[in-house]
Design a protein around this ligand. Structure first.
Ligand code: FES
Ligand SMILES: [Fe+2]
Length: 411
């Protein structure tokens, strides 16, 4: 690596990204498809940070479980006999076979290879034909625990045993009225998973700017979305790893009539004006929750490779609506399904534009672009990625800090 290179981008490109947003250049296109960028992000971000893997209502009863691969790391999330949700490495402690697949309900976990049996809490209960094995202590061969925390009904895991707690990373969202939306009580009804031919960062950048909305969502959101000028970006409200975008006003519903069909949380109406509207809370690296008038929309993103990613999108409804849906109430089902069909159109627009952007980013002569004032959070996020993943060889005075976001507000 040359002296002027900070894997996987040059020092010059990094310095250009770190300028104040209206003077900065975007990440070089290479960062959206090179193996070096991907490897650095997996190593420094996805195996170190909190990744959302589902909702608590996905595993309501003891013995319920689901599996999720965080890049190369197979993870098993289960509700144990005491009702506690735990995460474990889904890797048999005998000779490494993946223990279970998909999701289901079990009394214990049995490895299909040689029948090792694990309790719901991961303890090893049975290892056939191991009586003669010298010094073998079953109590030290349980499934390896993975850090797991619940936040507002979302289950997060972290592969780094030393990571700071998720609660500490999100604690300041309370100051901006997050709890008023009662997201933690909502029941998820619809869910989609897409594998897209684009880099994960393109999608995150997309949902933390409203600049694209009038063009990309002209058909679906054009009539109701507040004009671009009204959207407020809050780059400086916290040092924690999340950002807030707020479209002030009466917020929105996903029902295609634009009229909420279900109960709205009372406390939202009491929020100060500056926090009322349609918020997007984006937790780094790949989580976003958008509480709406009568439902919650959420996204989780993971890379699958340098230029492929998966996105899981869900819609959760207030508890009485969610229960009625699950009990088969025809009217509620019809209404909720209309929300889902509308959301399918909106996400189709985002999916298509991100894949189309990727095609351009892979061109040999593609070059860094510039940001406008509506892209301050994309700029901030790109700087976070660069600082976390690329700038691992600081020279001449340590790691370069991105310019203060406040620089924008001074203009
Ligand atoms: S690898 Fe699981 S029992 Fe052998
Ligand atoms: Fe969008």
């Amino acid at each position: 690596m040359s002296e002027n290179t900070v894997a996987p981008i040059s020092r010059k490109d990094l310095a250009a990204l770190q300028l104040p947003v209206l003077e900065a250049s975007t990440l070089p296109p290479d960062c959206y498809h090179s193996q070096a960028a991907y490897d650095a992000e997996v190593k420094h971000i996805f195996t170190k940070e909190w990744n959302c893997v589902g909702r608590v209502e996905d595993i309501p009863n003891p013995g319920d479980y689901f599996t999720k691969d965080i890049i190369t790391e197979p993870v098993l999330v289960a509700r144990d006999g005491d009702g506690v949700i735990r995460a474990m490495l889904n890797v048999c402690r005998h000779r490494g076979c993946k223990v279970v697949e998909n999701a289901g309900t079990v009394k214990n976990f049995k490895c299909p290879y040689h029948g090792w049996l694990y309790a719901l809490n991961g303890e090893l209960r049975g290892a056939p034909e191991f009586k003669e094995t010298v010094g073998f202590d079953k109590s030290t061969f349980g499934l390896k625990p993975v850090r797991c925390e619940i936040w507002e009904g979302f289950i997060f895991v972290n592969l780094d045993p030393e990571a700071t707690s998720l609660a500490d990373r999100f604690s300041e969202v309370s100051k901006f009225g997050f709890e008023a939306y009662e997201v933690g009580t909502h029941i998820n009804i619809h869910r989609w998973r897409f594998e897209l031919k684009c880099n994960w960062k393109t999608y995150v950048e997309n949902y933390i700017e409203a600049y694209h909305v009038p063009w990309v969502h002209a058909e679906t959101l054009g009539a109701t979305a507040a004009s671009l000028k009204k959207v407020i970006y809050h780059p400086d409200i916290t040092e924690q790893q999340w950002d807030l975008i707020l479209t002030p006003g009466p917020s929105m519903t996903l029902h295609p009539s634009h009229v909420p069909q279900f109960r709205q949380a009372e406390k939202v109406k009491q929020l100060p004006d500056k926090y009322r509207g349609l918020p997007v809370w984006a937790g780094y690296p790949g989580f976003a929750v958008i509480p709406m008038l009568d439902c919650t929309l959420w996204h989780t993103i993971l890379p699958l490779g340098p230029d492929t990613m998966e996105i899981v999108v869900g819609i959760a409804f207030p508890p009485e609506t969610g229960k009625a849906y699950l009990e088969g109430d025809e009217k509620v089902r019809e209404l909720c399904d209309a929300y889902a069909r509308n959301q399918e159109k909106i996400m189709g627009e985002d999916n298509d534009i991100c894949e189309r952007q990727q095609l351009g980013l892979k061109a040999q002569r593609a070059a860094p672009g510039r940001f406008c004032k509506h892209e301050i959070l994309a700029w901030k996020f790109d700087n976070w990625v660069a600082k976390m993943a690329y700038d691992d060889q600081p020279q001449g005075g340590g790691a370069v800090q991105p310019a203060r976001a406040a620089a924008l507000n001074a203009r």
